[in-house]
Structures are given as structure tokens and as C-alpha cells.
Design a protein around this ligand. Structure first.
Ligand code: SRM
Ligand code: SF4
Length: 565
């Protein structure tokens, strides 16, 4: 029996290719908000309506409508930003948003706090900087991410080129974006979406390319993960992994994080066909009744991986080749200067939680602006929320180092190994789904964990820490060696035991605990790790080998058995 499609599906299908009544809603001066239906469509244009949750109660008491403002997200394939774009984005942050740029876990920028009457001007300013927000959110293929630093060989640059091509090829085609935001002429006749059709995809769809040995994109967390196979400096093709995803719901075992399954290998010439094939099959087979079960991972588990792959190959008219060997070393960033294959240099800087702001000792906004004013290469954003000053001529290094030092951006040299590997999602006050603090909690939590580690002589242990304010998993917490997943104000699930290559999920160790209990739970584990680890053994691996996770909370909704692709 087929189930009725969800309300969201109805809205998409009736929207005339994402137009809805957005133009009218944006022009309505009576409210700072737009209608619920238009809100759903707005996501496809790269924006979310939010309200400042810190002010909610106060405004309610004053009988005022919530402090509505909009988040905007750019579509920046592979996270590449030119200096001119950086300067434009920085200006947009100061003119229209909350004065900060936020590097996301999918290597792009978000602006928070744009009010409705300035939304159009903000999108137009992004467009004038030769970027776009179309399809940065919504039920489409999102910005394609790729290993951030193309330094090893020319084949790395070619691989980035594929990420950009995929992102372009799979972007929505609707003219609605130009009509609504850029004063484009109203289309006479029917719009078209050759890949998506009127109803787009059942749910968001994410693609990531990783170049071993770096898995900085967490390739197994993607709906479609592509592992570049480079031999003797040449790109041979990609292993194809499908069905990765992080999101889950507390207390609902029918939702879960899943690692992508490797189904074969494809040559570069056939990559676009395979990507379109996977997206097209998910478009046709994905669950359009329940959004909670609409990601590709559920389609695969429902239909069977073999059945899905066979249908994919039938539609493609060719079979995928057997997967090639690959080996990942880690999923973090390589801080500091690294020389590229062509003699240019790349400097990775740490930006805590990706928040480019002038706060505390770090004047990141000012510093990166100063860099962008003189830098002749480009910038690369990373999926660990950091930035690389890329393609620097050797003679420029001293100048760049001086600016970095002057603005307190050299923290990567001093911070503990834990700090260098920490990722936190946005959460409060902007995220409407946050159950607990994340980005704002990290500065408080880090020194406490660092003190604990120092007590056990573990200050140099590069442990992967990930914080999310709710189980949706925007910091990919299920791949953290230590992860906190928000349950309620000040309370988290403590998850342990992932590896540091993005190839093994962690599991719940303690449920719904506060900071004191988190520190108390970790203390004896750090003690054991310090005493009994093998040389170079990572924390997650040690916990598993030593059988220390058995003492954790029994399996619950979001605790899955660990699995390795
Ligand atoms: Fe996310 C929803 C922020 C990466 C899984 N995510 C949201 C929203 C838009 C909240 C909402 O729906 O109202 C958050 C906006 C907060 C804010 O105020 O900015 C939000 N997600 C983010 C970012 C900014 C986190 C960050 O700190 O960097 C990341 C933006 C990425 C980008 O540039 O596109 C971000 N989100 C992720 C990732 C990581 C990834 O893709 O590698 C995931 C897990 C992977 C996955 O998709 O499975 C992720 N976000 C979700 C989900 C759960 C999806 C699911 O299948 O259940 C939601 C909720 C939803 O879609 O209903 C969500
Ligand atoms: Fe918001 Fe939850 Fe994503 Fe954090 S994990 S940004 S709290 S949706």
C-alpha cells in the first residue's frame, strides 16, 4: 500500500519551481517573517528563517513577535574563495549580518542575523561577488565538498575540478532564483528541472570527494562519497560509497547515523553519470511520506544495497568496477605551512568553531581581511571549520606570518592537540533545533578537558572532539572519538569510540548527563589510556581494544554497533 505524500511534498510540487509566494512575503512590511510554506521553499534558495532564541522569552513577555532574522549559506564547491570574494563576504557580514562569518562543516560560509528587508540586497551582494546561495539548503544536491588542500600533485587539482563540476551539474536550474533575488525577468511559460522535476528530491543530498590519505570531508558521512584513487600522480577514478548520513532522533531507533557503503569504482569520464544515476534513483525511490526516513541511507536499508546497486547499474547501462584499495590516515586538518607540489605554500589556520569574528585574543575577521587585501593566491575553507591561506609564493610567507601573528591567528601553534581537533556545530542562539549549547559551550568545556588531560600527561594526545547541540549531527559527532550530543540545557549524551579516520561510528557511553558527570566519566578513561596505550594508539581505538566501552549505557536509540566500511 502506498502512503500519502507529506505536506512538504505538496508544497514543493505546488511551488512553481520554488517560487511559492516568496516575492509577496518578502515585500510584506507588517512582519519580519514569511509564511510557513514559503519558509520551506526559502531553504532551496540558501536561507533559513530563524529567531534569536536568547530573546524569545523576553519578546514574548513584551508581546512582540520573535526577533526574526535569516541565515544565508553560500554554495562554494570545494570551499575555494578568492581574496576578492573574501573581502566582499566580509563586507556583507558587517553591512547586513551579525558582523561574523561562519565557516561550516561543509566548507562554506554562513551569515546569521540578516533581517527580512535586507535579505534581497544580501543575496544580490553575494551574487555580485560571483557566488550563489541556490541549493545551499533544501531537498537538492548541496554544495559538493572536497579535500581542502590540493597540494600533493596536479591530480589533486583535477580532483577538485570534479567537485566543482558535480556541484554545477547537479545544482537546481529554476529561474525562480533570478526572478526573486536578482530582479530577473519573470519567465513566460514553464520552468524546468531536468534532474529534479517539480518535486525535487525527497530530502537533502550530500556529496563529498576525499583524496586519501586525508579524509577531512568525512567521506563516509555523505549520501554519495567519492574516494579519489590517484596512482603515480594520476587520477584513475573514484571508489563510490553510498548511503552515509549522521542525523538521528533521540528515542527513535528507526533513525540512525550510517556510514556509506562502498559499491565499486568508476573512471572520471563516467563520474557525472554515476552521480546523476544515484541522485535519480533516490529521487524515484526515496520516501516521500515521512521526511524522517527520506534520506538515501533509509532507501538503501529499506530496499537493500544490492537491489539499489543492481537498479543503478541497469539504468546506467554498465556495471561499476570492483573498488580499488585505499587507506585513510586521518580526518583532521594539517595545521601550519605545507609546501605544495608546485613550490607554492599553504597555511592552515585554526578558527574555533569556524566563527570568523573579532573576539578575545583572536581578531580573525580583521586579520583575514588584512590577509585578503594583499594575498595573491586563494583561500580554502575546510570541513573541520578552518581556513587555509592557499597558493602562497615563498616570498610572501614572512608577510603573511606577520599578519597572522598580529591578529592572534597563530593559536594553532599553541593550542592543545584536543583543541586543534575540536569541532562544534552552531546551535544556540540561532539554530531552531538546538536542545543544548554547542559552539558557545566549547570555550568553557575545552579548558576543563585540557586540565583533565594534563593531569594524566595527555596534553599532546590528538583526540577528536565533536559537539552537537542535538542529534541531527551537524558536527558529525557520531564520528568523534569523544562526542557530546545535546539532550537539553546543559545535558548531553557522551559518545565514545570512533576512530580518527572517519571509518568507525562511536557509541553511547553515558546518556543525558551534565558537565560534572561528563568529566567524571572521562577521568578514569584518560587514566587508563595514559597507563596502557600502545605507542601511537589513538583514544578511540584504545577504548575499544581495552574493552572499556562495555561499561557504557546499554544500546539505545542513537547508539549503534560500530561498523567500518
Ligand atoms: Fe546541519 C539542520 C547547521 C552540517 C545534519 N543544520 C541544520 C539547521 C539548518 C537547523 C534547521 O534545520 O533549522 C542548522 C542551522 C544552524 C544555524 O543557525 O546556522 C544546521 N549543519 C549546520 C552547519 C552550519 C553546522 C556547523 O556548525 O558548521 C553545517 C552547514 C553545512 C553546510 O555548509 O551545508 C551543517 N548538518 C551538517 C552535517 C555535516 C555534513 O553534512 O557533513 C550534517 C550531518 C550529515 C547528514 O546530513 O546526515 C547535518 N542538519 C543536519 C540535519 C539532520 C539531517 C537528517 O538526515 O536527519 C538537520 C535537520 C534536518 O535536516 O531536518 C540539520
Ligand atoms: Fe542545530 Fe542540531 Fe545542527 Fe547543532 S546539530 S546546528 S543544534 S540542528
Amino acid at each position: 500500500m502506498s502512503h500519502p505524500v507529506s505536506e512538504f511534498e505538496r508544497i514543493k510540487a505546488a511551488s512553481n519551481y520554488l517560487r511559492g509566494s516568496l516575492l509577496e512575503g518578502l515585500a510584506d512590511p507588517v512582519t519580519g517573517a514569511i509564511s510557513d510554506d514559503d519558509n520551506k521553499l526559502l531553504k532551496f534558495h540558501g536561507s533559513y528563517q530563524q529567531d534569536d532564541r536568547d530573546l524569545r522569552e523576553e519578546r514574548r513577555q513584551q508581546k512582540l513577535e520573535p526577533a526574526y532574522a535569516f541565515m544565508l549559506r553560500a554554495r562554494l564547491p570545494g570551499g575555494v574563495v578568492t581574496p576578492a570574494q573574501w573581502l566582499a563576504f566580509d563586507r556583507i557580514a558587517r553591512d547586513y549580518a551579525n558582523g561574523t562569518l561562519r565557516i561550516t562543516t561543509r566548507q562554506t560560509f554562513q551569515w546569521h542575523g540578516v533581517i527580512k528587508r535586507e535579505l534581497k540586497a544580501t543575496v544580490a551582494a553575494i551574487h555580485h561577488a560571483l557566488a550563489t546561495t541556490i541549493g545551499a539548503c533544501g531537498d537538492v544536491v548541496r554544495t559538493v565538498v572536497s579535500t581542502a588542500n590540493p597540494i600533493e600533485s596536479a591530480a589533486h587539482a583535477i580532483t577538485y575540478g570534479w567537485a566543482a563540476r558535480l556541484s554545477e551539474q547537479l545544482a537546481p536550474r529554476t529561474r525562480a532564483y533570478h526572478e526573486i533575488w536578482l530582479d530577473g525577468e519573470r519567465l513566460v511559460g514553464e520552468d524546468e528541472e531536468p534532474l529534479y522535476g517539480r518535486s525535487y528530491l525527497p530530502r537533502k543530498f550530500k556529496i563529498g570527494l576525499a583524496i586519501p590519505p586525508l579524509n577531512d570531508v568525512d567521506v563516509f558521512a555523505q549520501d554519495l562519497g567519492l574516494i579519489a584513487i590517484i596512482e603515480h600522480g594520476e587520477l584513475r577514478g573514484f571508489n563510490v560509497a553510498i548511503g552515509g548520513g549522521m542525523g538521528a532522533t533521540h528515542g527513535d531507533p528507526s533513525t540512525y547515523p550510517r556510514l556509506g557503503s562502498v559499491i565499486g569504482f568508476v573512471e572520471p569520464e563516467r563520474l557525472i553519470a554515476v552521480a546523476e544515476g544515484v541522485v535519480g534513483l533516490q529521487r524515484d525511490w526515496g520516501n516521500r511520506s515521512e521526511r524522517k526516513h527520506a534520506r538515501l541511507k533509509y532507501t538503501l536499508d529499506h530496499r537493500g544495497l544490492d537491489v539499489f546497486t543492481a537498479e543503478l547499474e541497469r539504468r546506467l547501462g554498465f556495471a561499476l568496477a570492483p573498488a580499488r584499495d585505499y587507506r585513510f590516515e586521518h580526518n583532521g586538518d594539517r595545521y601550519g605551512w605545507i609546501e605544495g607540489h608546485d613550490g607554492r605554500w599553504h597555511l592552515t589556520l585554526q578558527i574555533e568553531s569556524g566563527r570568523v569574528a573579532d573576539q578575545g585574543g583572536q581578531r580573525a575577521l580583521e586579520g583575514l581581511r588584512a590577509l585578503a587585501e594583499t594575498h595573491r593566491g586563494d583561500f580554502r575553507l575546510t570541513c573541520n571549520q578552518n581556513v587555509i591561506v592557499a597558493n602562497v609564493e615563498a616570498a610572501q610567507r614572512t608577510h603573511i606570518d606577520a599578519l597572522v601573528r598580529e591578529h592572534g591567528l597563530d593559536g594553532y601553534k599553541r593550542g592543545s592537540a584536543l583543541r586543534r581537533h575540536a569541532v562544534a556545530c552552531v546551535a544556540l542562539p540561532t539554530c531552531g533545533l538546538a536542545m543544548a549549547e554547542s559552539e558557545r559551550y566549547l570555550p568553557d568545556l575545552l579548558p576543563r578537558l585540557e586540565a583533565l588531560l594534563a593531569r594524566h600527561g595527555l596534553s599532546d594526545a590528538p583526540i577528536l572532539l565533536r559537539l552537537s547541540g542535538c542529534p541531527n549531527g551537524c558536527s558529525r559527532p557520531y564520528l568523534g572519538e569523544i562526542a557530546l550530543v545535546g539532550r537539553g540545557p546543559g545535558r548531553y549524551d557522551l559518545r565514545l569510540g570512533a576512530d580518527f579516520r572517519g571509518q568507525r561510528l562511536n557509541r553511547i557511553y553515558r546518556e543525558n548527563i551534565d558537565q560534572a558527570a561528563i568529566l567524571a566519566a572521562l577521568d578514569p578513561l584518560f587514566e587508563r589510556y595514559a597507563a596502557a596505550r600502545a605507542p601511537d594508539e589513538r583514544f578511540g581505538d584504545f577504548l575499544l581494544r581495552a574493552g572499556l566501552l562495555e561499561a557504557g549505557t546499554a544500546a539505545t536509540a542513537t547508539s549503534l554497533p560500530s561498523s567500518s566500511p
